[in-house]
Design a protein around this ligand. Structure first.
Ligand code: PEP
Ligand code: MN
Length: 310
């Protein structure tokens, strides 16, 4: 609306400047007191998921629907994202929904569908576990356990995923400071599970034009303060598929080791998060447009050589 004041005087020669906004975030190196194993390793960690490196030179793509809806939906999407170059299939079988009346996920049936998709495509699987009692069951079907934003400080869940010994992706809480996020990761590491990656998925600020605000600064900060790989989630942070590609480029430029992207072959019919889900074609385009940015920061994306246009 401020820009509109200038335009209203018939001056259309206006550009906007994003200069960062005031949030609750206060963590800096000087305020952090992590006398912990987070700092015990001097070099960046690489999380190994089978033969796949997370935190190495190649950017890792985790792509798939918000929720597993049925076997056909999952397989169609899995085949597409595999063909695009994704290494990991995402999809929730247990969904943390704000409303108890929204679709809660297919639970064990959904886990079995993820397993079928893994066998058919060879993709690795990442899926969310909601509570400590279900860690063993979910761990039996997945390659990476996802701890969602709403559970970032569910300390008994953190300890249990730590004890599972499985790779864990810890999403940043909706209103968590960097320090709280790293301390939550510490709970998992404290169980001697070092296969941990962080996921910046946007935080709540006063801005309402996006679902959350992707905190780009947290990516280099988390990587500087810890040795853990950092994944960025431009879909949950923005709430809009249109913002996924530009935010992905920004995240890679800032040092992200991977991207979590929601993909659905029929976004308008998705049971969950349709507006932020990319069609397979848009996902393909996203990979194309991030490849030159990855190359500029000495990283690569799967199938990059074919993608970077001369
Ligand atoms: C998700 O990735 O499916 C999810 C629920 O995300 P978040 O926990 O970041 O809201
Ligand atoms: Mn979602």
């Amino acid at each position: 609306m401020a820009a509109e004041y200038i335009l209203a005087e018939n001056n259309f020669q206006v550009m906007l400047c994003e200069r960062g906004i005031r949030t609750f975030e206060t963590a800096t190196r000087s305020t952090l007191d992590i006398s912990s194993i987070l700092q015990a390793k001097e070099t960046d960690s690489i999380v190994m998921v089978g033969d796949l490196e997370i935190g190495g030179k190649e950017i890792v793509f985790m792509a798939g629907p918000c929720a597993v809806e049925n076997e056909e939906q999952l397989l169609v999407i899995a085949r597409h994202v595999k063909a695009s170059g994704a290494q990991i299939l995402r999809g929730g079988a247990f969904k943390p929904r704000s409303s108890p009346y929204s679709f809660q996920g297919l639970e064990l049936e959904g886990l079995k569908m993820l397993d079928t998709a893994r066998q058919e495509t060879g993709l690795k699987i990442v899926t969310e576990v909601l509570n400590p009692q279900e860690v063993e069951m979910v761990a039996a079907y997945t390659d990476i356990l996802q701890v969602g934003a709403r559970n970032m400080q569910n300390f008994s869940l953190l300890r249990e995923v730590g004890r599972s010994g499985k790779p864990v992706m810890l999403k940043r809480g909706l209103a968590a400071t960097l320090e709280e996020w790293l301390m939550a990761a510490e709970y998992i590491l404290a169980e001697n599970n070092f296969q941990v990656m962080l996921c910046e998925r946007g935080i709540r600020t006063f801005e309402t034009s996006t679902r959350s605000t992707l905190d780009i600064s947290s990516i280099p900060q988390a990587k500087e303060l810890s040795h853990l790989p950092v994944i960025a989630d431009p879909c949950h942070s923005s709430g809009s598929w249109r913002l996924a590609a530009p935010l992905s480029r920004a995240a890679i430029a800032a040092g992200a080791d991977g991207l979590l992207i929601e993909v659905h072959h029929k976004p308008a019919e998705a049971l969950c998060d349709g507006p932020q889900s990319l069609t397979p074609e848009n996902f393909d385009r996203l990979l194309e447009t991030v490849a030159p940015v990855a190359a500029a920061v000495n990283r690569s994306v799967p199938g990059a050589d074919a993608r970077i246009k001369e």
